[in-house]
Write a protein that binds this ligand. Structure first.
Ligand SMILES: [Zn+2]
Length: 246
């Protein structure tokens, strides 16, 4: 198996290669045409993988992994910006049937500019959505590399941090991109526990802001509600678009 970890590059070399991936991606992708991300397809993630394998690894990831690499997109990731899944070759699964799936969140990048904050990813300050997208993908690639070589991966572990630093210059294992909760706080002044009202089938309904993901979860007192608090009060849950709350 080719060793994927023997590479050590200076910060300048890493940046030059990342910039090259960035430019080639914009040139080759039918959807990504600038540093902003407005629409994206799984083919773009596949393309990004091909570019990273070529530019950072001289095609050695494909040589090292006999299984199948899969790529997907999700609009449901609201804390992690991406996830990597691995199917081990156990219980009769052949090496060629192993799979690694990198699932990239979408909303973090589409909503990148919604609020003004420092948007570091893996300890590196980013300046545009596409750069953040590449850095998140690099983090997931490190998970893939660990899976390929060691059958397990953990980005809180020392080994992971060493790999991510050596290959991509990452100094942290997390992102500081705005979450739906932070965007709701900054843009709409909404906080969990707030008393809110909204319109439901023409009626004004009053409740408590319970959670914020893509939409707000509002709980409204209702004696027929299915949801009970520790004092025995019953509630009904509503999912409300953030801009419909008052
Ligand atoms: Zn991770």
């Amino acid at each position: 198996m080719p060793n994927l970890f023997e590479i050590t590059r200076s910060p300048g070399e890493i940046l030059a290669r990342r910039t090259y991936v960035f430019d080639r991606l914009i040139m080759a992708s039918p959807y990504i045409s600038s540093d902003a991300i407005t629409s994206i397809s799984t083919a773009d993630v596949q393309l990004m993988f091909e570019l990273y394998d070529e530019i950072f690894f001289d095609h050695r990831i494909k040589q090292a992994f006999p299984g199948q690499m899969k790529f997907s997109l999700s609009r449901r990731l609201t804390k992690s910006a991406a996830k990597t899944f691995y199917t081990r070759a156990t219980g009769g699964i052949m090496a060629a049937e192993k799979t690694i799936e990198i699932r990239m969140g979408v909303d973090f990048f589409i909503k990148y500019d919604e609020i003004e904050t420092t948007k570091a990813v893996c300890g590196i300050t980013t300046t545009c959505p596409l750069e953040a997208f590449l850095l998140v993908f690099e983090h997931e690639l490190c998970h893939a590399l660990e899976f390929i070589h060691f059958e397990s991966s953990n980005c809180r572990g020392r080994r992971f941090k060493m790999i991510a630093k050596k290959i991509f210059g990452h100094t942290e294992s997390y992102h500081e991109l705005p979450t739906p909760r932070e965007i709701a706080q900054a843009k709409y002044g909404l906080n969990i526990g707030d008393q809110v009202t909204f319109k439901y089938i023409g009626k004004r309904v009053e409740g408590i802001l319970y959670n914020i993901n893509k939409r707000a979860t509002v709980i409204v007192r209702d004696r027929n509600g299915a949801f009970t608090d520790c004092q025995g009060n019953r509630y009904v849950k509503y999912y409300v678009p953030l801009d419909s709350l008052e």
